[in-house]
Unconditional design. Sequence first.
Length: 59
Amino acid sequence: MSLSLAGLLTGLLLALAAIVGGFNGFLLALVLGAVGWVVGAVVEGRVDLPALTGGGRRG
């Protein structure tokens, strides 16, 4: 299992713990799942966060 997939599953599980139901719970699950995937992808090295945010540009 890749780290980005593990991050996605972690985000989804955290969302399920926070859900009280309804459409707001669905949106929360989507957002936390996406955040979990991004964190996992950054840790795994698949996403270069400074390149996306414009950071690290000096000189």
